[in-house]
Design a protein around this ligand. Structure first.
Ligand SMILES: [Zn+2]
Length: 233
């Protein structure tokens, strides 16, 4: 793996989450945020766009998805792209265009470099369980455009080609030079203080260790079936 430089859109001061930022994130996501250690990107008005989560949660669970797209206007716009089938089209292009595929691999490595730096800064340290595992389908597939757009916003332009492309494709609804915050989330009622979205799985919230275990179980089942078929022959 080639060593990638750390690419971050915000400077150290800009990344520090204030109490007001955390409350805004809770309102944007309509659930209390946990384990958010930094702000990955901000609106021109200063509000958070992307929540940065430590690579290991305080519960001890490894957490590969570092950048969580939080701004409702952007998440809704990206969902429209997903619904329109942009991911299928991108996956096809990744299969045909080796230059794009190579840039996407570099984006994956850049993501891992950023995450390692965030782990160091936040005191999480190395998380060997998720070594080489990024998010959103990287390095070979596109499985979640929200993840790629979150990465593009947090890393800045020119790092994730498909995240950049998705950002360009939502310019009808959101552009980084304007504030779209007014009315985008509830600022009146009390901030969410209880997790009401426990059962809503979004942006790869599932524990990768659990996924690995599921895959291993399936593989064992398949191998057992193959052995049984072999015995019959
Ligand atoms: Zn704003």
């Amino acid at each position: 793996m080639t060593e990638q430089p750390i690419r971050e859109a915000l400077d150290a001061a800009g990344r520090v989450p204030s109490d007001a930022d955390l409350e805004t994130l809770s309102r944007q996501l309509n659930r209390p945020v946990r384990d958010v250690v930094e702000i990955g990107a901000r609106c021109v008005c200063g509000n958070p766009l992307v929540a940065t989560t430590a690579p290991r949660l305080s519960s001890g669970i490894p957490f590969p998805t570092t950048y969580y797209l939080a701004h409702p206007v952007i998440t809704a716009a990206v969902s429209r792209l997903e619904a329109a089938g942009l991911m299928n089209e991108m996956n096809e292009r990744l299969g045909e265009n080796s230059a794009l595929a190579a840039e996407y691999v570099a984006a994956h490595e850049s993501y891992l470099a950023n995450r390692a730096a965030i782990g160091e800064r936040s005191g999480t340290g190395a998380v060997p369980e998720i070594d080489g595992v990024s998010a959103g389908g990287m390095p070979t597939r596109v499985k979640c455009l929200h993840v790629l757009v979150g990465h593009s916003l947090a890393a800045g332009e020119g790092v994730n080609p498909l995240g950049d492309e998705a950002l360009a494709a939502i310019s009808e609804w959101w552009t980084k030079d304007k504030c779209y915050c007014v009315g985008a989330w509830d600022t009146e009622s009390e901030a969410p203080s209880r997790d009401r979205s426990r059962h809503v799985k979004t942006q790869e919230m599932q524990d990768p260790a659990q996924k690995r275990a599921q895959r291993a179980a399936k593989r064992a089942q398949r191998e057992a079936a193959e052995r049984a078929a072999g015995d019959d022959a």
